[in-house]
Design a protein around this ligand. Sequence first.
Ligand code: 4NP
Length: 166
Amino acid sequence: MKEKVLFVCLGNICRSPSAEAVFNSLLENQGLESAVECDSAGTAAYHEGEPADARMQSHAIRRGYRLTSVSRPVDPVVDFDRFDYIVGMDDNNVWDLKKMARNLDDLKKIHKMTDFAKSKSYQSVPDPYYGGADGFELVLDILEDACQGLLNRIVWEIRDKSPAGK
Ligand code: 4NP
């Protein structure tokens, strides 16, 4: 069975669609699309049905990431059942997700993106929405590091669970 990751930010138009695109690019480059999949969602529904923010898209495409997702809010019942990892971008996202959790199993699925980063310079993926170009670049810098860390963790877990241990 595939491991499933849901990336979560506030609006699902900047950070989590970028996380989805960066993570999908790693899966493709490392031949892991059949083992792992991902999606993204927002804790708020303000932008439901909208494509990713045009500024975020233009910064992402310069690094080769196409943001194709359409904003949707987290659906606590469906998403906590469907996904193995539910990864918030900042402490507010994690707090909002914890409030949605129905039980201990749900709570155990919730993580913060920067907890998987090798660089310990950032404690969250900062919201770039009201800032300038640097903020969008920083989102991508942090995500490139943290998505690889998350993928390493998932690959170890898959190996750990497999009977041959490899
Ligand atoms: P995101 O960024 O959570 O990374 O998608 C934001 C998008 C929209 C708003 C805030 C943050 N907003 O206030 O509409």
